[in-house]
Design a protein around this ligand. Structure first.
Ligand SMILES: [Zn+2]
Length: 74
């Protein structure tokens, strides 16, 4: 897709492209580039946050209560 006159540097036309670093817009006239949010990166970061939260919860969780055997008088 092409965005006409969208470049903030030269008011040129920009097209979308993707490389190994993720998606971006690049100006045809001056080469100015704008990185776009990468969904893969956002997903990986969200998974990392969830994993760290789960580990922290597991560390701070109180130890499970073990039932104490009660001696019943016979
Ligand atoms: Zn430009």
């Amino acid at each position: 897709m092409i965005l006409f006159k969208a470049c903030k540097r030269c008011n040129g036309d920009m097209y979308d492209a993707v490389d190994i670093y993720g998606p971006y817009w690049e100006c045809i006239q001056c080469g100015h580039m704008i990185d776009l949010p990468d969904e893969r990166l956002a997903k990986a970061e969200a998974e990392g946050r969830a994993l760290r939260a789960a580990r922290k919860a597991a560390r701070t969780q109180a130890p499970a209560k073990v039932p104490v055997p009660v001696k019943v008088a016979a």
